[in-house]
Design a protein around this ligand. Structure first.
Ligand code: URP
Ligand code: ZN
Ligand code: ZN
Length: 483
């Protein structure tokens, strides 16, 4: 007798699909089989039973370096994530200049602790890699924060190449994964200033000011820096075909380089920025939306396995004076907050456009929605349907159709970039550790029910790595430059 049985559904993992009941006890998957009885039962016949999604790129209760606050906190962000089929998420804890690392984590603990309805962790953003901050990093790893993001652009966030090498080296030593926002700051600044000076300030110039080459130069440099010290690195929000190809090639060489792309780069394009008035501001993110040929190339990389992770990069700034229009209705593209919402639609979009249209298999969907992220980011008890794992489960109706509208997102936003999209396939029941979070459109959970998940170090088995001769102690006279 189990606490809960999910009966009669078709299960899928990253490798298989099969019919089975799931027996759940104490929040864990206790058995997979048939004919199970439980104190409670969920009838999943005609439905797909999948690992709950894990969203690993979202900005929740986060101040930008210039002071703007995201519209979503851990309650609204986690509720929206749950309605979108997620059982767990890993937003960012952002260190700003002058802040300590542990001070940053304490701040986010105070924001998330009693607020989230689903389980959560953080990636630490490192914007001030002072000696003190670097010395505090090992404590962050001990607290289970085993990944962090650095920026190569944004004046108040970016680090230089030497600082990047320092961070990669400390991360490697502790089994952490570094994530990078790779864009060339100088190219973007130069382009932006010239555009604005010539009076080209509308949102559509945002995409012009962020040339593809700004991304590809930075990805090439980031991969080179990681390979110099043989440290693992994940390039977040890859938006270009050439950038994806560089990730692919580095992986083929054995380097521990990983890639992520996001929903908006597959489903939106830069013509969305060219809408009347300031409407294009709703579609501004960095790197920017590209063109149709790029979308096709990114799909091929998703199908072919270049990207380990598929995320929303949910960065919610409302289309009003609290967000996108904080510098007024005539602000230049340089003054408009970057980012767009999408935490509730990442998985329905991928299911509808990917699985329902036959571009990817259901197993690939599971890998991209949960399993790969769990493995990469050390969420050891999540991301699959197997005995002993947390009962983090999303039950999908593959036939359900919905028309996207902002009111159904459950976030604190006043728009969705996908308004009016018709999607097929929808998550109808989401559980975290065996507890229903959302069922048939109803919220079943209380804020604070979600627990912090301490994550394990990255497992690099199967990544031989790369050795640069000058860093090889057999060649550099035993200089031991990096561990
Ligand atoms: O435009 C974006 N993506 N804003 C969010 C911050 C980031 O760089 O991921
Ligand atoms: Zn970024
Ligand atoms: Zn982001």
């Amino acid at each position: 007798m189990f606490d809960l049985v999910i009966k009669g559904g078709e299960l899928a993992t990253a490798t298989d699909r099969f019919f089975a009941d799931i027996g759940i006890t104490d929040g864990k998957i206790a058995a997979l089989g048939t004919g199970f009885e439980g104190a409670e039962t969920i009838d999943a016949s005609g439905k797909l039973v999948l690992p709950g999604g894990i969203e690993v790129h979202c900005h929740i209760a986060q101040e930008s370096a210039t002071g703007g606050m995201t519209a979503d906190d851990y309650t609204s962000g986690s509720i929206s994530a749950a309605y979108g089929g997620n059982s767990c998420f890993v937003p960012f804890a952002a260190q700003h200049r002058g802040m300590g690392v542990l001070e940053t984590l304490d701040l986010y603990d105070s924001r998330a602790g009693t607020a989230s309805v689903i389980d959560y962790g953080y990636h630490l953003i490192v914007a001030d890699p002072s000696e003190t901050a670097l010395a505090e990093l090992p404590e962050a790893f001990k607290r289970g924060v085993t990944s962090f993001k650095v920026f190569m652009t944004y004046d108040l966030m970016r680090i230089d190449d030497r600082q990047f090498l320092d961070i990669l080296t400390v991360a490697k030593e502790h089994g952490a994964l570094t994530m990078v926002h790779a864009e060339n700051s100088g190219m973007i600044g130069w382009m932006s200033d010239r555009l604005v000076k010539a009076g080209h300030t509308a949102p559509r110039y945002h995409a012009i000011s962020h040339p593809e080459m700004a991304e590809t130069e930075a990805i090439n440099r980031a991969i080179s820096l990681a390979r110099l010290v043989d440290a693992p690195l994940l390039i977040v929000h890859v938006s270009t075909a050439q950038g994806a190809q560089m990730v692919h090639d580095a992986r083929l060489d054995g380097a521990s380089i990983f890639g992520e792309t996001c929903a908006q780069y597959l489903f939106l394009d830069r013509t969305d920025l060219d809408r009347p008035g300031m409407e294009g501001a709703k579609f501004m993110c960095s790197p920017p939306l590209r063109d149709h040929a790029t979308q096709e190339a990114l799909w091929r990389h998703l199908q072919g396995g270049t990207f380990s992770v598929f995320s929303s990069d949910h960065a919610p700034y409302r289309y009003d004076e609290s967000g996108k229009l904080s510098k007024g209705p005539d602000a230049s593209f340089k003054q408009i907050a970057n980012g767009m919402p999408g935490i509730a639609l990442r998985l329905p979009l991928l299911f509808s456009e990917g699985v329902s249209k036959g571009r990817i298999t259901l197993q690939q969907f599971v890998a991209l929605s949960a399993t790969n992220a769990a493995k990469l980011y050390g969420l050891e008890s999540k991301g699959s349907l197997a005995v002993g794992m947390d009962a983090d489960i999303a039950i999908w109706d593959p036939e359900a159709t919905r028309t996207v509208t902002v009111a159904d997102q459950h976030d604190n936003m006043d728009y969705t970039p996908y308004e009016g999209w018709e999607l097929t396939g929808w998550p109808v029941h989401v559980l975290t550790r065996g507890k229903s979070i959302v069922a048939d459109g109803e919220l079943m959970a209380e804020p604070g029910q979600g627990q912090f998940v301490a994550r394990a170090p990255i497992d690099l088995t199967g990544y031989p790595g790369t050795k640069v001769p000058e860093l090889d102690d057999a060649i550099n006279y035993g200089a031991r430059i990096a561990p």
